[in-house]
Design a protein around this ligand. Structure first.
Ligand code: ADP
Ligand code: MG
Length: 319
């Protein structure tokens, strides 16, 4: 994208977001110059969205701009970090200015909400692909790792699970119109940044649910060398997802993914304090089970039946 590349950068990226005091030099030079605080460490994460793989062709670009940043902020949230900066690598089939304008509208609105400054990136031509990197700050001793869970810790999930998976399934299927509230959960996930900050130093382990509850809980279990019991009847779900569960279809809540809710654990002695603070701050969190010493995830169905079906047991429903 020879000549117009620089026009695009000037028009769409240079002043896309507000200016932060800790950015000595933003977009326009060979590197950005950033001034991280001395008492906290940098939390860094990156995610790529590829057309046809992570989003359907023709997805609304405003939503894509939102989601590309949101999924990254969700990783910062899961670490208990405060968002600060972002970089953006865009590969575009053509310099489509209407698309770019809309994409940056979604990106910038979410960046403004979290005080994030876009400080650099790269723009190339090719099949549509969007990579965002985010940088945040967290007190080193308070960062929420996947590895801190212990047997006996309670297991919690924020918000609701299964909506995005159900929306995607319906969007792909025969043309039943998708409920707007479900579609919103797929297109415009709200990263749980404030909850992550609240949990920093208080929760024993945390992860954000991107690949599905069972799969992501599996990562916590592996990293923490524990197993887990999940009470399916306690999972927070919308009426539409509850209806699917009622039909015995638990896939959306367990493996649908794209939820971007926080899954976290707390020592029994910390539970009251954590839940009290969540209530006070208006964060919806639900106790859904506990960690256990024996490895593996046990699903406890509402009728009391228990199953040790592994996450891969759900994989054939995917794609
Ligand atoms: P270089 O060739 O030195 O790597 P570029 O010409 O790729 O620099 O980019 C010029 C400036 O524009 C840099 O500051 C870069 O970070 C910024 N930039 C390029 N593409 C993007 C983008 N998609 N989003 C944000 N900043 C970008
Ligand atoms: Mg250079």
């Amino acid at each position: 994208m020879s000549v117009s590349e620089f026009d695009l950068i000037r028009r769409y990226f240079t002043r896309a977001t507000g200016a932060r005091a800790d950015v000595l030099l933003g977009i326009g030079d060979d590197c950005a110059l950033l001034n991280p605080p001395s008492d906290r460490c940098l939390a860094v994460s990156m995610d790529t969205l590829v057309e046809g793989r992570h989003f359907l062709t023709g997805t609304d670009p405003v939503s894509l701009g939102h989601k590309a940043l949101a999924v990254n902020l969700s990783d910062l949230a899961a670490m208990g970090a405060e968002p600060a900066w972002a970089t953006l690598a865009l590969t575009l089939p053509e310099p489509n200015t209407a698309w770019l304008q809309a994409f940056m509208e979604g990106f910038s609105a979410l960046a403004a909400e979290y005080g994030v400054q876009l400080v650099g990136g790269d723009t190339t031509r090719g099949p549509l692909s969007i990579t965002v990197q985010v940088h945040g700050f967290v007190e080193p001793a308070s960062a929420l790792r996947r590895s801190g869970g212990k047997p006996g810790d309670r297991l919690f999930v924020s918000g609701r699970v299964g909506d995005a998976g159900l929306a995607l399934q319906r969007a792909r299927g025969p043309s039943i119109p998708v409920d707007l509230r479900l579609q919103e959960r797929l297109d415009r996930p709200a990263p749980r940044v404030a909850l992550g900050r609240l949990l920093a130093g208080r929760a024993s382990a945390a992860i954000d649910i991107s690949d599905g509850l069972v799969s992501d809980l599996g990562h916590v279990c592996t990293a923490s060398h524990v197993g887990a019991r999940v009470e399916l009847g306690c999972l927070p779900v919308s009426p539409a997802v509850a209806a699917e569960c009622g039909l015995g279809n638990w896939w959306y809540v367990l493996a649908g993914g794209d939820d971007y809710e926080l899954l976290f654990t707390a020592e029994p002695a910390q539970v009251e304090d954590v839940l009290g603070r969540c209530r006070e701050a208006g964060h919806q969190v639900q106790d859904i089970g506990c960690l256990v010493a024996d490895s593996g995830i046990t699903l406890v169905y509402p009728d009391g039946r228990e199953s040790k079906e592994t996450p891969s047991g759900f994989d054939h429903f995917r794609n």
